[in-house]
Design a protein around this ligand. Structure first.
Ligand SMILES: C[S@@+](CC[C@H](N)C(=O)[O-])C[C@H]1O[C@@H](n2cnc3c(N)ncnc32)[C@H](O)[C@@H]1O
Length: 279
């Protein structure tokens, strides 16, 4: 279970608490475009923990999961935990806009140090965050200890980096770019089941959530540009000069036939979730 890294699945690579580099916007776009998993996974969470009163969202980012959970569990208090004050501020602001302020609170904490003391959690949600931690095994044990008996941990990960380009474009350009990033550990995560079982959880169940894409072509296009623009700098020196040139050409092309516009875009980004119960 040491196969982890600090690269987040939406393509970021961040240090410290600085998120002024577009990560929050990318997470918001991801929720808008590939957020169908939020509906499906919160529905599953409600089946698993129907009476959850205290829910914790670990590594909550800009709050997509927190808000989906607060809507799905209309009686519950949702605690959003992140090390980034900027992310937490965005979550609170979104909660306010959606009339959820009374039930959403934030806790700034570095989960690499320890889990903040959250008494009696019924449901813990960790989406695209567990693999970012230095010691996910330790974090899973801490979550196990923090949950009430019968409580549930739901871990969600992207199956791969989000994809936008048709496979034929530049003979598999996107696959080559992703392969280069994978060699750097981007979105690297294991099958969490063995780690969850080692941490003490029973009845680990796994589900796949296919991505259905967004009905808004404009948001898809913005997400494609934001994501591909973000991976560009990370690819310097690890992708071929030819592929980097092709990527830059794509990003520069703002014309009506750009492959970064619908209907050329083929947005894909499925997720897997593991639900684990504390007996
Ligand atoms: C890829 S984002 C996922 C956000 C959100 N859960 C989602 O699915 O959209 C990962 C989040 O985990 C947070 N994070 C990473 N390492 C952390 C740590 N050690 N302690 C607390 N938060 C952390 C980052 O600040 C970031 O907001």
């Amino acid at each position: 279970m040491t196969d982890h890294n600090h690269h987040h699945p939406a393509g970021g690579h961040e240090h410290g608490n600085h998120h002024g580099d577009g990560l929050a916007e990318l997470l918001d776009l991801d929720a808008q475009v590939l957020g169908s998993y939020l509906d499906a996974a919160t529905t599953w969470a409600a089946e698993l923990a129907p009476a959850a009163a205290t829910i914790v969202d670990l590594g909550a980012g800009s709050g997509a999961g927190t808000l989906a959970l607060a809507h799905r569990f209309p009686e519950a208090a949702v605690v959003s935990v992140d090390k980034s004050p900027d992310m937490l501020g965005r979550t609170l602001e979104a909660a306010r806009r959606q009339g959820l302020s009374g039930r959403v609170r934030t806790v700034e904490a570095d989960l690499d140090a320890s889990l903040p003391p959250i008494a009696g959690a019924d449901l813990v949600w960790a989406s695209s965050s567990l693999h970012e931690l230095a010691d996910p095994d330790h974090a899973m044990r801490e979550v196990f200890a923090a949950l009430r008996p019968g409580g549930v941990l739901l871990v969600i990960e992207m199956d791969g980096l989000p994809r936008f380009l048709p496979d034929h474009l530049h003979a598999g350009l996107e696959s080559r770019l992703h392969a280069a990033l994978a060699r750097q550990g981007w979105n690297s995560h294991p099958d969490w089941r063995p780690g969850l079982e080692l941490a003490g959880f029973a009845a680990v169940e796994q589900r796949a959530f296919p991505a259905t894409g967004s009905p808004t072509p404009e948001a898809e296009s913005r997400y494609a540009r934001a994501f591909l623009g973000r991976i560009g700098p990370a690819l310097a020196g690890i992708a071929s000069a030819e592929d980097l040139y092709a990527l830059n050409r794509l990003l520069d092309d703002d014309g009506p036939d750009s492959p970064l516009r619908s209907p050329e875009l083929e947005v894909r980004g499925s997720r897997t979730a593991w639900a684990a119960r504390k007996a």
